[in-house]
Design a protein around this ligand. Structure first.
Ligand code: NAD
Length: 496
């Protein structure tokens, strides 16, 4: 269901400058009623067992495979990204959808427990869907990211009201059509469109919020939800560091810095945003990065490795970071300029050297095809600088010594870290993904990702008589401090 009125959002292709369609705006004042309607659907959807919901999750997965071309068409038309990247985005969604379908029963199975150490009773934690999940998503992976939250919410038994980004509304909105085609009950997935005020109204009405987007808006959402104590899952911005040590495979590290520093034109939350290289191998590493970056071209056609930027506002952010770096003494070794065609605006693959932590390019999210590289004396400094950030989304460590890599990875203050790889965590639906610090709250993926959409209800059951009676604390009180002291010594006093 989509509430229709006169206001519409017109989408313009960043690649061709042509119209990519329009969507009706759902007015903020209509959102509460839409959420209430979704809650009615939840009453039946949420009552199904995970076993009964699973075939529909599977059906949605098959429907995505069937519609892959159509989905890619929409993504390309709204974001201008390379067609291959659009397909990759769909495959990424499928990996999580498949994993969720495969594991949802196990993830939602009650966990058994008991009182400790008095094994006189038993208990367990059950997972029940919270209600209506409000999913709010960004434009950079406009199909994959909303699907990630939608699929986990549906598996948990929540109904969903999805507000895709106003910049790429059809790419998220198509999830509503696919849900219908897959045979999900009417109204289990409702799509609304709009700007920040529509999103804010959804935050107010829904029972749990899964937001992916900027730190700035994540902070607003935390404020909007204040006082309600409703669960928030916030996947926010990042400034991901790459650490390159003297024993790294320099060519692999350099090619990865170039690929994932420019992937999706650098508009990737877990892209390579800054690199720290130990002195010994700095020059060689920079040479490899330069080779790799020189082989990339920003533009269209066969030599278009880096697509257009989403809009001019984003280009201004990149330009201000690069200008600030130059002002403070940095050297632009490659690129450093926008170039415009009649329809689109591109940013050249850019390498920035002689950088330091006073520069925006080293501590603010640049979100462009820019790789700043900093020379550091040793591992300890690299780790210290990597951790010197308000963000804590992702990072990577490069060394051939696996033990060393694991040790450093464990000390990086981020939600995910890759050893001898970067960005790859999105292909690991088996383990948790989420940021810390200004990069977010909670997380998605793994069983935890599904359970994030659940009320965790712990139930205890007396085995013989009420536990307090067995312990002697029941009325009439027969025990006093001496009994409790005896118990403390007997049970815990001797433990090593
Ligand atoms: P954005 O924060 O501007 O917008 C995201 C969504 O929030 C949009 O749908 C928007 O309409 C909505 N919104 C805006 N104001 C709102 C409000 N007050 N209340 C509720 N909703 C509101 O982000 P963007 O520009 O679309 O995306 C880029 C950002 O997303 C980058 O910072 C990037 O790092 C981040 N991101 C993070 C991840 C992650 O997994 N951590 C993934 C992708 C993107």
């Amino acid at each position: 269901m989509t509430a229709i009125n006169e206001r519409t959002i017109s989408v313009v292709s960043p690649l061709t400058g042509e119209s990519a369609g329009s969507v009706p705006v759902t007015e903020p004042s209509d959102v509460a009623a839409i959420v209430a309607k979704s809650r009615e659907t939840f009453e039946t959807w949420g009552m199904l067992s995970p076993q009964d919901r699973r075939p529909l999750i599977r059906s949605l997965t098959r429907t995505v495979v069937k519609n892959m071309e159509r989905i890619a068409d929409v993504i390309v038309s709204e974001t201008g990204k390379d067609r291959g990247d659009a397909h990759a985005e769909v495959v990424l969604a499928l990996t999580t959808m498949d994993y969720v379908a495969r594991t949802m029963r196990k993830a939602l199975r009650p966990i058994k427990g008991g009182s400790w150490p008095f094994l006189v009773t038993r208990g367990w934690t059950e997972y029940h869907p919270i209600g209506v999940a409000g999913v709010i998503s960004p434009w950079n992976y406009p199909f994959y990211l909303p699907m990630l939250s939608v699929i986990q919410a549906l598996a948990a038994g929540c109904s969903v009201v999805l507000k895709p980004s106003e910049v790429a509304p059809h790419s998220g909105g198509i999830i509503g059509d696919l849900a219908v085609e897959a045979g999900l009950p009417d109204g289990v997935v409702t799509v609304i469109h709009g700007y920040g005020d529509t999103g804010a109204a959804l935050v107010e009405s829904a029972d749990v919020i899964a937001f992916t987007g900027s730190t700035e808006v994540g902070r607003l959402i935390a404020q909007e939800a204040v006082g309600t104590f409703k669960p928030l899952i916030l996947e926010l911005g990042g400034k991901d560091a790459m650490i390159v040590l003297e024993d790294a495979s320099l060519k692999d590290a350099a090619r990865t810095a170039a690929s994932f520093g420019t992937f999706n034109a650098g508009q990737t939350c877990v892209g390579v945003e800054r690199v720290y290289v130990v002195d010994e191998v700095y020059d060689e590493f920079v040479d490899h990065v330069m080779d790799a970056m020189r082989s990339l071209n920003a533009g269209q056609g066969d030599r278009g490795d880096i697509g257009p930027m989403i809009d001019r506002r984003q280009v201004s952010v990149i330009e201000s970071h690069v200008a600030d770096a130059i002002d403070k003494g940095a050297t632009i070794a490659l690129g450093g300029k926008r170039h415009e065609t009649a329809d689109a605006v591109y940013y050249e693959p850019t390498v920035v050297l002689d950088v330091n932590h006073t520069m925006d390019v080293m501590h603010e999210e640049t979100f462009g095809p820019v790789v700043p590289i900093m020379r550091v004396p040793d591992e300890a400094t690299a780790l210290h600088l990597a951790n010197d950030s308000k963000y804590g989304l992702h990072g990577s460590v490069w060394t051939k010594d696996k033990r060393r890599g694991e040790r450093i990875a464990s000390r990086m203050k981020t939600g995910t870290v890759a050893v001898n790889d970067h960005l790859i965590n999105f292909f690991y639906p088996t383990i948790k993904l989420g940021g810390i610090g200004d990069s977010g709250l909670g997380g998605v993926m793994s069983g935890d990702g599904i359970r994030a959409f659940c009320v965790h209800r712990s139930i205890t059951e007396a085995r013989f008589r009420p536990t307090t009676m067995v312990l002697g604390g029941w009325l009439p009180r027969r025990v006093g401090p001496r009994w409790w002291k005896f118990l403390a010594r007997a049970l815990f006093g001797w433990r090593r």
